[in-house]
Design a binder for this molecule. Structure first.
Ligand code: DAH
Length: 369
């Protein structure tokens, strides 16, 4: 920038000549008028009023004039800058209004356009529930196995030490298929997968098997001729009932929350010895038998415990029938109802809700993948 200088005549400082200032002003005003959108106007503002614009540079020259000439030049440049700024502001207002109007048109939503009203489905809660259960076991390093629903009588019963005179083999419980001499049943439990697993693998075996089972039960709020179970077997050297308890406690906590453990009640199953019924700590009252208001807990009906399934240490006769050396290996097994587990977990009061196909029931479980 030039310093004060008394020797220069203002008329001789080119950028400050009246015609020059006028030409700069006109160029600026023309550019403002020519800007067709806000971006272009922003550019014009920089070019014609910014630090390096002709008018700003001219303004800087004023300081270099002798005092008597400064007023004149100052007024001239000030007026020019004022005019340009005014034009910019006016154009800005016009372009902003235009922009707003255009946005309103462009972003108009036509609320009368037809929409796709077909309801979206969801994966069935039994599918996602069985997967969740499988995940708990996979996370412990177990494998998942499946077996056929049409099963050999021998695998469904005999291999599991269910002798021919066992009550479960009577017509009441089992769907038999024709012709009878084929000895094929709709499996009454997932336990035949135990036999299938032992016959096809060598220990150590850690396998869980979720699947569909069939019994000639009434169809009501707590029974269905078709339902789901998950079977688990662990066969290894030194397996004890303590491993079974620990596994089921972990399973219970994974499904119902930290602190929800299990208890065993003595029971009988031909394929386990000793056998137990497994109960869960009621995950609503957490074993206290009363709800938050002090009334009897509805989930466990004041028991503090919920019946969950059956389990036990594998009967050596089953190991022998399936080719596993009972002198070397021991194992545990358990079987739980999946539908029942999900009924507790989600407060479903009628088992039939799982089978009636109402998509509103499925969507209420969310669309987890
Ligand atoms: N299969 C039995 C049932 O359907 C459940 C069961 C009980 C499975 C004990 C087992 C077990 O593996 O050890 O009632």
């Amino acid at each position: 920038m030039s310093g004060p200088n008394n020797e220069f005549d203002p008329v001789e400082v080119t950028p400050l000549k009246a015609e020059e200032v006028e030409a700069m002003t006109e160029a600026a005003l023309a550019a403002v008028a020519a800007a067709t959108d806000l971006d272009a106007l922003k550019q014009v503002r920089i070019e014609h009023t910014g630090d390096r614009s002709p008018l700003a540079l001219a303004n800087r020259e004023i300081g270099a004039l002798p005092p008597q000439a400064r007023k004149d030049a100052g007024q001239r440049v000030g007026k020019a800058r004022g005019a340009v700024n005014q034009a910019l502001a006016a154009r800005q207002a016009v372009l902003e209004a235009e922009h707003e109007e255009r946005m309103l048109v462009e972003e108009t939503v036509d609320v009368t356009v037809a929409v796709d009203r077909r309801p979206r489905g969801a994966r069935h809660p039994l599918t996602t529930g069985a997967e969740r259960i499988a995940d708990v076991f996979v996370a412990m390093g177990w494998e998942i196995a499946e077996g056929p629903v049409l099963e050999a009588e021998w695998l469904n019963f005999d291999a599991l030490n269910l002798g021919p005179d066992h009550p479960a083999r009577t017509m009441q419980d089992t769907f038999w298929t024709d012709p009878a001499e084929n000895h094929v049943v709709l499996r009454t439990h997932t336990s035949p997968v135990q036999a299938r697993t032992m016959l096809t693998r060598t220990p150590p075996i850690y396998v869980a098997c979720p699947g569909r089972v069939f019994r000639t039960d009434e169809y009501d709020a707590t029974h269905s001729p078709m339902f789901h179970q998950v079977e688990g077997i662990a066969i290894d050297e030194g397996i004890t009932m303590a491993h079974l308890k620990g596994t089921l406690d972990h399973f219970a906590a994974a499904m119902f929350g930290e602190g929800i453990s299990t208890r065993f009640r003595p029971s009988f199953f031909p394929f386990t010895e000793p056998s137990a019924e497994v109960d869960l700590v009621c995950f609503v009252c957490r074993g206290t038998a009363v709800d938050a208001d002090g009334a009897t807990c509805r989930t466990c009906r004041g028991e503090g415990w919920i019946e969950w399934g059956g389990c036990g240490v594998m009967n050596p006769r089953v190991l022998v029938a399936c080719g596993v050396d009972p002198e070397r290996y021991t194992g545990f097994a358990f079987g739980m109802g999946i539908d029942r587990t999900l009924m507790f977990r989600h407060g479903v009061e009628d088992l039939r809700a799982f089978f009636e196909g109402d998509v509103r029931f499925a969507t209420a479980f969310g669309t987890e993948i």
